[in-house]
Design a protein around this ligand. Structure first.
Ligand code: GLN
Length: 475
């Protein structure tokens, strides 16, 4: 048995029955990292010593190895956001989600690579190195949580955490053939997540199957006094209703998401998935989300505006890198020039522009108004349907280098994921097929506010009717 292939649920069962030890499990995962991470580059920091030290302090029936995206603060462990400006930053505190995992006796394998400050769709914007897709190492793993998704898909951890501002959990999950959930805004505390765009950011699980996703949601969800946007709403047991099927469920198919330009194999796989759910008793209804076409423009105005404000704090004084200069301004300029990569600078410039007087009304304020319309589209649709199904991405994983020269082309990749963040609602990506070249295809299921349960139940039903999640990359 290759222990690094286990899911959380399987590993917990084997630990409980004393069929494996948590030492063996952790060793199998670190051996796997040593064997293959030189080909994938999923990790920025590997914390083997800390992991085995911690393992001695947990019960023998726990100690699941989990990877953490490197924009989540981990006390005493370097947290870089894959940026040179935070290259030597060691947080003095623990983020809420990692603290919750520690409390549940999970063991951190390390910190995973991302597009610098989570800005990107391919992990090519990392300030250190790109991560590769385990299904085809000439392709991107998606982004920005590309390190986490690639690590899960290739067995370099049992599960991982990602963050999703405009698709960064779902899109890499789709490209790497794993499960990724972006919870409702406010479901999971953002305390200790290094902010990119605070009104859009959410943390969520990236896992090998749907059950593991539910297990992690039970741990991560819930109110936190350290995050004033975190909702004080009861957390259900997300594993309780997984097996209840989809009979009577209504699925909306938005016509705006099935348009020209989408890869044919992706469309076919998604349509097939919808048919399977319909055969299992769900009712399929065509719907319209009329403001979809504005999502990319609105997202890239609002996300960059918020980023320009959030990233002002990285000035050489408070954290990380400092490059001295003749005077204070010179020091700021030197530090930011050396510390931030090209995409981050582009976004700070764009955001500062949209927020400046004279342009604020035309761009930022307009984008906020359209955001409200996008949220209303979903609210109207959810009067008629329980979930909405779309492809996660217009194509499977693209080649490394294919889109780096054209930021607009890269941004268009987020067309199906950004509306969900703008609306603040939850969505999951699960594997629903493979292209002829053997690349995974993702199915996106979108739900009502705080109704992650229905997403998980629908996903679980589909997963158990198909074999896609069982396929693993040959690396
Ligand atoms: N790809 C999107 C962007 O570049 C989303 C990133 C994210 O969700 N963090 O902004």
């Amino acid at each position: 048995m290759e222990l690094f292939r286990l899911t959380i649920a399987e590993a917990l069962r084997l630990l409980l029955n004393k069929e494996i030890s948590n030492q063996e499990l952790l060793k199998a995962v670190f051996d796997r990292i040593k064997n293959i991470d030189s080909k994938i580059n999923a990790y920025v920091t590997i914390t083997e010593e800390e992991a085995f030290n911690r393992l001695n302090k947990v019960s023998k029936t726990s100690g699941i190895p989990i990877a953490i995206k490197d924009n989540l603060c981990t006390k005493g462990i370097k947290t870089t956001c894959s940026s040179k400006i935070l290259g030597n930053f060691i947080p003095p505190y623990e983020s809420t989600v990692t603290q919750k995992l520690i409390n549940s006796e999970y063991i951190f394998t390390g910190k995973t690579n991302l597009d610098e400050f989570a800005m990107g769709s391919s992990t090519e914007n990392s300030g250190f190195f790109p991560t590769k897709n385990p299904w085809d190492t000439s392709r991107v793993p998606g982004g920005s949580s590309g390190g986490s998704a690639a690590a899960v898909a290739s067995g370099m951890c049992i599960a991982a955490l990602g963050s999703d501002t405009g698709g960064s959990i779902r899109q890499p999950a789709a490209f790497c053939g794993v499960v990724g959930l972006k919870p409702t805004y406010g479901r999971v505390s953002r305390f200790g997540l290094i902010a990119f765009a605070s009104s859009l950011d959410q943390i969520g699980p990236i896992t090998k199957n749907v059950e593991d996703c539910a297990i992690l949601m039970n741990i991560l969800s819930g109110h936190d006094i350290n995050d004033s946007t975190c909702a004080n709403i009861d957390v259900p047991d997300y594993t309780a209703n997984l097996k209840n099927g989809v009979k009577g469920l209504t699925i909306g198919i938005p016509k705006e998401y099935f348009i020209e330009g989408i890869d044919k194999e992706t469309l076919d796989a998604v349509k097939k998935a919808i048919n399977i759910l319909s055969e299992m008793g769900a009712e399929v209804i065509p719907i319209s989300l009329p403001h979809t076409e504005y999502s990319i423009a609105v997202y890239y105005i609002l996300a960059t505006s918020e980023a320009s404000s959030n990233l002002a704090r990285f000035d050489g004084v408070k954290y990380g890198l400092r490059i001295d200069g003749k005077n204070l301004l010179d020091m700021y300029l030197n530090t930011k020039a050396a510390g931030f990569g090209k995409e981050v600078k582009r976004r700070i410039l764009l955001g500062t522009y949209s927020l400046s007087s004279g342009y604020y009304d035309a761009y930022y304020k307009k984008a906020q108004a359209v955001r409200t319309l996008i949220r209303k589209d979903f609210a109207d649709a959810f009067k008629k349907v329980d979930v909405i199904i779309t492809p996660t991405t217009p194509t499977p994983a693209f080649k490394i280098g294919e889109k780096v020269a054209d930021p607009l082309k890269m941004y268009l990749n987020d067309i199906f994921t950004t509306p969900v963040n703008l609306a603040g609602i939850p969505a999951i990506s699960i594997p629903c097929g493979f292209s002829k070249e053997g690349l995974p295809i993702g199915l996106q299921i979108i739900g009502r506010d705080f109704d992650e349960e229905t997403l998980l139940r629908t996903s679980y039903t589909f997963e158990h009717a198909t074999e896609h999640h069982k396929r693993i990359p040959s690396i």
